[in-house]
Design a protein around this ligand. Structure first.
Ligand code: NAP
Length: 454
């Protein structure tokens, strides 16, 4: 894929970039390594002040950054502005909490004393997706930089200007040169970076094939990885649920970011007794959503990020319909310019249809009906993915079963799955491994050094 900003609203190519050569990559890695030697000695209080400055810049320029994100990948402007502000939150969170998370931990031993010290690893590669072009990067970078690492970012090829803007934010915030660098490279150049001996570890947020490829390279060179991959999150609604709240949350959980979120609710699993009512109310909400220009204030759903993403979604829905699924609304891409796909509600989905088996990355909700809690849990777990799960019930015994038995990195009871700097975030099964955010997130890219004293 060419490295370019192509406005998904009208298909206009706004800017293109030439990928770095291997020699240019090598120079940047040399710069990153020498930046690391000095940066690891900088006190946490200083790093924290720079992160605070980054937070201030993100807030002060949230409108500008929001417009940039919307122009590059099509999310509604209000969510893009909110995303820039959320990045300020994660900067402040780690700026304040890192000292506590990185404090020496005493341990028992046969010596006079023993403890664990958390130290940086060095240059970390981040391979990031376009769907939250700022948030995905900041939630990795804030803890990694606080821990004393330096970062090189390979961002998705369709959001190069966001990648450049993020590098500028860190520089303007006061971080020394080359502590955070954007590498404008294609996916095929990731191996060149990861195989370099100066790069110690990598994190990737994106699709399963990309994660598998990065992990294979990392395995070859024995390097630590964190993978945040796809999700096909269940949204289970049981008979006792507060339907007003559940329907409202269901719309946001499915439609946020034009439906292109890893933790979006993708499979709605409804207890039969409330299924008709829930489905009808969801349908009415979908009908009321405004699809259009993502820069307009009142737009709920903008275009999908690329034509290829829209075409893949269209094929998955078409195949599901051919196998017997029914579309209560939507079901086909919209005509005209822009990568528009309308809100779509699928029912009667056969178990072998893409809508049941695959991640649908767009504004398409798949509805399933079950008779019991056991059936709901079995269906929710019947996927190779395990990122998040949302479940709605007022009954305590049901709640406990859901918390214990859902196979996911996170279970939200009577709430939609969301990321929060204070809570660990990540998946199990083919959704990846490792955690971001909270105490766990900052410990992914550190040397957990055991110290023993005689
Ligand atoms: P993608 O194609 O995998 O791209 C993600 C990043 O990986 C991009 O920078 C891409 O570069 C790079 N990449 C692609 N193939 C690669 C390879 N073989 N080796 C190394 N790097 C490679 O993913 P996407 O379609 O943009 O994003 C959607 C997916 O991300 C969905 O499955 C979604 O659920 C998942 N996601 C997960 C999370 C999470 O936290 N778990 C969050 C957001 C999204 P190019 O752009 O140059 O191809």
């Amino acid at each position: 894929m060419a490295i370019a900003t192509i406005n998904p609203y009208n298909g206009e190519t706004l800017k293109t970039f030439t990928p770095l050569t291997s020699a240019e990559i090598a120079t940047k890695l040399t710069q990153a390594q020498s930046a690391y030697i000095a940066y690891r000695q900088i006190p946490l209080t200083q790093r924290s002040q720079w992160l605070e400055k980054a937070a201030t810049l993100l807030e002060a320029n949230s409108q500008t950054y929001g417009q940039l994100m919307t122009t590059e990948m099509g999310k509604p402007l209000k969510s893009a502005v909110a995303e820039a502000k959320k990045c300020a939150w994660v900067c402040r969170y780690y700026g304040e909490k890192a000292a506590e998370f990185l404090q020496d931990q005493p341990g028992e031993s046969d010596g006079s004393a023993a403890f664990v010290r958390y130290q940086p690893l060095g240059v970390i590669l981040a391979v990031m997706p376009w769907n939250f072009p700022f948030w995905q990067v900041f939630r990795f970078a804030a803890p990694a930089l606080m821990a004393g690492n330096v970062a090189v970012l390979k961002h998705a090829s369709n959001v190069p200007q966001s990648a450049i803007a993020i590098e500028q934010i860190f520089r303007e915030a006061g971080f020394p040169d080359n502590v955070f660098q954007t590498l404008l490279i294609g996916a095929s150049q990731v191996e060149t970076v990861l195989s370099d001996q100066r790069v110690q570890a990598a994190t990737l947020t994106g699709s399963e094939p990309a994660g598998a490829s990065l992990a294979a390279t990392a395995g070859k060179y024995i390097k630590k990885t964190v993978l945040e991959l796809g999700g096909s999150d269940p949204f289970i609604v049981l008979e006792s649920a507060d339907l007003d709240k559940a329907v409202k949350a269901a719309v946001t959980a499915r439609m946020l970011n034009n439906g292109q979120s890893c933790i979006a609710a993708k499979r709605f699993i409804l207890q039969s007794s409330i299924a008709d009512e829930f489905e009808q109310r969801l349908l009415e909400k979908f009908q009321s959503l405004k699809v259009g220009d993502p820069l307009a204030e009142d737009t709920d759903i903008g275009p999908l990020a690329t034509a290829a993403i829209r075409d893949e979604l269209a094929q998955q829905v078409e195949k599901s319909l051919a196998l017997g699924a029914k579309a209560l609304i939507g079901g086909q891409p919209l005509e005209g310019p822009g990568n528009f796909y309308p809100p779509t509600l699928l029912t009667n989905i056969p178990p072998d249809a893409p809508a049941a088996r695959e991640e649908l990355f767009g504004p398409v909700a798949s509805v399933f009906r079950v008779d019991s809690l056991d059936e709901a849990i079995a269906l929710a777990n019947d996927t190779p993915l395990g990122l998040g799960a949302s479940a709605w019930t007022k009954i305590e015994t049901e709640r406990d079963r859901l918390i214990n038995d859902l196979e996911a990195g996170a279970v939200f009871i009577n709430g939609l799955v969301k990321s929060d700097p204070r809570l660990p975030f990540g998946g199990i099964k083919r959704s990846g491994y490792g955690r971001e955010l909270s105490r766990e997130g900052i410990h992914e890219f550190v040397n957990i050094k055991t110290v023993w004293l005689d």
